[in-house]
Design a protein around this ligand. Sequence first.
Ligand SMILES: [Mg+2]
Length: 280
Amino acid sequence: MPLRSPPFRVARHLFLFPVAVSSPFSPPRRIQLACMSSLAASNPAEDGCGGVGVRAKRGRLRGLVFDMDGTLTVPVIDFGAMYRAVLGEEGYASYRAARASAGGVDILHHIESWAPPEQQRAYEIIAHFERQGLDRLQIMPGASELCRYLDSRQIRRGLITRNVNTAVDIFHQRFGMEFVPALSREFRPYKPDPAPLLHICSIWDVPPSEVMMIGDSLRDDVVCGKRAGAFTCLLDETGRYGSPDSYTDDIRPDFKVSSLSEVLSLLETHFDLMPEPQMT
Ligand SMILES: [Mg+2]
């Protein structure tokens, strides 16, 4: 008699689930492991027999690529207000409806289809909100510790943001540590296109399957990482994304954490970190 199928498929990747939501200023919470019922099929690092995690072989990792706003810095830009100012009340209502039903509208792409005068006005509004964000910029708790750890293990770190290059320069000045390469939205196409991540992998001469993309946006950071074939980690500080059970395959990350502090133990637990001795 055939064995009954298990109630769910064993995941190739394991998620790190927060027991409770933590604020940026709270100490790291205890985390627990949970198996997921679906697979990140696009990730070439998977082996088809259990994959990465404590139940199977460990992944190899040579580099981490970070999102900036909301990941390395505390989120300060009011995106709702910014989109409302760019799109107007009616446009913003349509944007929210499209986001809820069809998986979202990329506002930067949307603006590119406008006539030049409207485009310029929109970019000026966005720049205004981004300048306000820079004035209040704070480094995300756990970011410095994580970067020092990566340095100690000779693991590369890069950055991809949809913000402008000026913001990256200011971030580097205030953070005191550099991310190389650091690609801003002047690099086209930007996230969620995988091009910037593949570009970084090419410069590093590291396969995407040995890189992890970390960010606070499912639709930009996680999708970018998955399309490139990298490991992906969603930073969800506030629990706004809810349970990954509700995610569709195209946006389901390999890992989910509620603070950057948890990334350190994630790396220790699930990966063989491959040092780059010549790294400067
Ligand atoms: Mg972000």
